[in-house]
Design a protein around this ligand. Structure first.
Ligand code: SAH
Length: 346
């Protein structure tokens, strides 16, 4: 067996079966050792080499200094309701990302980040203010799940790719991480319990559709026409409103699945009764679910509509042909609501 220069090795979390087989072979071991490692890391989720009982001691001696986790938890904050907790992680290169753990009735959701910062520049979002710093690797995405699952007192029922960053601008790593979460020989987390939320990168929604990805898709529409969306989401300049609606329709028609449409309610911007009427008209022919998100304020000019206005907006959808939910984000006091995640660059 060969000697190991540990600093040259990638953390085990994030690696595929194939990667771990190649890793084992590179150490002069048979490939099935890689499959055993995969089983420990993802199915059994045991991270103490001493407990990996089916690995020979000689192999453990060689790999015992290989890093397992690509992330370290630096800090956490609990919301006053205690149902939402925000975690700050640091990557091996010293970059910081946040993830959120939310408990409500019989649902426990982990909200994962896919990038450090974000390049999209939605005017109302705190992450956008950081600018784009870097993509997270597959391991950095999936390790948020693995570490928070360990801490959580309740079983994780849902995973949403809705934290910092735009998953479809880190498409390969985001999809590979979702697949690894869903891998039947590993974590085996149901694909229908994983939602990927995009600002609406048209070519990537097409790719996601054509590849028949099994995960749920959510699209942040946030407006009812081109001009209105353009004002708050400059990306609308390139990804026009009508092209976005077309690709959303393409997705629902090809997959016969329901798309989730997210709509952040911003006071005086898109919360007028006319917007509700228009939104209902636009969405009626689309197989969708509407998720209304009352804005979580950051230090900016946008305001959350008063509760009365939120309620009358919601009421307008009483007889809609599609389901409507309201995301009353719970972690606003700790800046863990949607769009409130931001870390200082180091
Ligand atoms: N980039 C992806 C995922 C991250 S944002 C996307 O755009 O979908 C996740 C959701 O939070 C999006 O629907 C976004 O519009 C919304 N959001 C951003 N900032 C917000 C804020 N301050 N309050 C409420 N929702 C916000």
């Amino acid at each position: 067996m060969k000697n190991l220069e540990t600093t040259l090795y990638k953390p085990l979390i994030g690696q595929s079966i194939k990667d771990l087989e190649i890793f084992s072979i590179s150490l002069g071991e048979p490939s099935f050792r890689g499959r055993q490692l995969f089983d420990w890391v993802y199915r059994k989720r045991v991270y103490d080499f001493g407990l990996m009982t089916d690995l020979p001691k000689s192999f453990i001696d060689v790999i015992k200094n290989v890093p397992i986790h690509p992330l370290k938890i630096l800090n956490s904050k609990k919301s006053s309701s205690k149902s939402t907790k925000k975690y700050l992680f640091i990557t091996q290169s010293g970059k910081m990302v946040e993830s959120v753990l939310m408990v409500e009735k019989n649902r426990t959701t982990i909200c994962l980040s896919t990038q450090v910062g974000c390049a999209v520049d939605c005017d109302f979002c705190a992450t956008a203010k950081m600018g784009f710093i870097q993509n997270l690797s597959v391991g950095e995405i999936i390790d948020q799940f693995i570490q928070l699952e360990k801490i959580s007192e309740t079983k994780i029922t849902n995973v949403v790719f809705m934290g910092m960053g735009e998953p479809f601008l880190n498409y390969k790593n985001s999809i590979t991480a979702a697949k690894l979460l869903n891998h039947s020989k590993g974590i085996n987390f149901g694909a229908w319990r994983i939602t990927i939320s995009t600002v609406g990168i048209i070519t990537k929604i097409k790719q996601f559709t054509n590849e028949k990805q099994p995960f749920k898709l959510a699209v942040s529409l946030n407006g009812t026409n081109h001009q209105q969306r353009l004002k708050i989401m400059p990306i609308t300049k390139k990804q026009t409103f009508s092209d976005l609606l077309n690709v959303i329709r393409y997705y629902t028609e090809q997959t016969r699945k329901r798309v989730t449409i997210e709509y952040v309610l911003l006071a005086g911007i898109n919360d007028h009764p006319i917007d509700a009427k228009k939104l209902k008209e636009i969405l009626s022919p689309i197989k969708c679910k509407l998720n209304l998100i009352p804005y979580n304020e950051i230090n900016g000019s946008y305001k959350r509509p008063i509760t009365n206005n939120i309620n009358s907006f919601v009421k307008y959808f009483n007889n809609a042909s599609f389901p409507v939910t309201v995301r009353w984000s719970k972690g606003q006091d700790i800046d863990a609501g949607c769009g409130q995640l931001a870390t200082e660059a180091v």
